[in-house]
Design a protein around this ligand. Structure first.
Ligand SMILES: C[S@@+](CC[C@H](N)C(=O)[O-])C[C@H]1O[C@@H](n2cnc3c(N)ncnc32)[C@H](O)[C@@H]1O
Length: 298
């Protein structure tokens, strides 16, 4: 059963691009609450699944969700970027799915500190073994380093001003909670809610989350390494939720598609990213920024 309230993004598009009716092994590198994984297993009795997630709390739930399929499932608390280092036989792999970013379970848990709408500690770790929290960054990074972070990963126009204000204020009182931080962002950015306008805290929280979890590090290299390991016909499907990630996926797939530097290892299945339909966005507004790209090993 899919977790109540959990809606996997672009479900049919994922299954179609993975071609998940084929017999063999499917890797879900970001299993989350297993929304996609359970559908692969349910619809295809000849599918085996390797599921990874850095979040042990998510994996505890996944174990329950996937109990009916336990004999076909292997779960690991691991960063997918280390998958090539693990002692796996990839010869039976038919598909690899990465549904990047946060699960609704993480976003909706105030104690994880991902949401600026709910009061919680400034944490933002997907992997609770990670020593770096958002608090540590906000409390210790220099002003130029914070400004760079907000600019690069949040594309925040007022990045320098916000960094200056944070550094000045933290000398007086530390930013302990999501609300402490949201308040200074709203003041610096003169935030007035307007329909269709992105809250500046969304940009800052995104930047901090990317930094805490090092979300962009090694993504392209991972796809390239895996492309060399999997057999012909294996499909990669990646869903990203912000342009920085999508750019990496797009460029990596383009490189794998061949060019002047190297022969093609993969063929692109999506010239343009697949986006959620209007119906899906109405049913699940969190799906709105999703972009799916897919490629097949040749
Ligand atoms: C968007 S959710 C996946 C949702 C899932 N497809 C579903 O339908 O339930 C992303 C998940 O990936 C995990 N994650 C993010 N980066 C990861 C990484 N580098 N390695 C392993 N898991 C990661 C997060 O902890 C989160 O649970």
């Amino acid at each position: 059963m899919i977790e109540r309230g959990h809606v996997p993004v672009l479900l049919n598009e994922v299954l179609e691009h993975l071609d998940s009716a084929r017999e063999g092994t499917y890797i879900d590198g970001t299993i989350g609450l297993a929304g996609h994984a359970v559908e692969i297993l349910k619809r295809n009795p000849r599918a085996a699944l390797i599921g990874l997630d850095v979040d042990e709390l998510a994996l505890d739930r996944v174990k329950e969700t996937l109990k009916p399929y336990a004999d076909r499932v292997r779960l690991y608390q691991a960063d997918f970027r280390y998958l090539p280092d693990l002692d796996f036989d990839f010869s039976e792999v038919r598909g690899l799915l990465l549904d990047l970013g946060l699960s609704s379970f993480q976003l909706d848990s105030p104690e994880r500190g991902f949401s600026f709408n709910q009061e919680g500690p400034l944490d933002m770790r997907m992997d609770l073994r990670n020593k770096t929290t958002a608090f540590k960054i906000v409390d210790s990074y220099s002003e130029p380093k914070l400004a760079h972070l907000f600019q690069e990963y949040g594309e925040l126009r007022q990045a320098k001003r916000l960094a200056r204000e944070i550094v000045a204020r933290r000398k007086v009182r530390k930013f302990e909670t999501t609300v402490d931080l949201r308040q200074v962002i709203e003041q610096v950015c003169h935030w007035i809610p307007q329909k269709g306008k992105v809250h500046p805290a969304a940009k800052v929280f995104q930047a901090l989350r990317i930094e805490v979890n090092q979300e962009l590090r090694g993504l392209g290299e991972f796809l390239e390494t895996m492309a060399a390991r999997v057999p012909a016909g294996a499909r990669f499907v990646v869903i990203s939720f912000h342009s920085l990630e999508d750019r990496i996926v797009k460029r990596t797939f383009a490189r794998l598609g061949g060019g002047a530097e190297a022969p093609a290892l993969m063929r692109l299945l999506t010239r343009k990213p697949v986006r959620p339909t209007d119906e899906e966005i109405i049913a699940n507004s969190r799906s709105k920024p999703a972009k799916l790209r897919a490629a097949e090993k040749i």
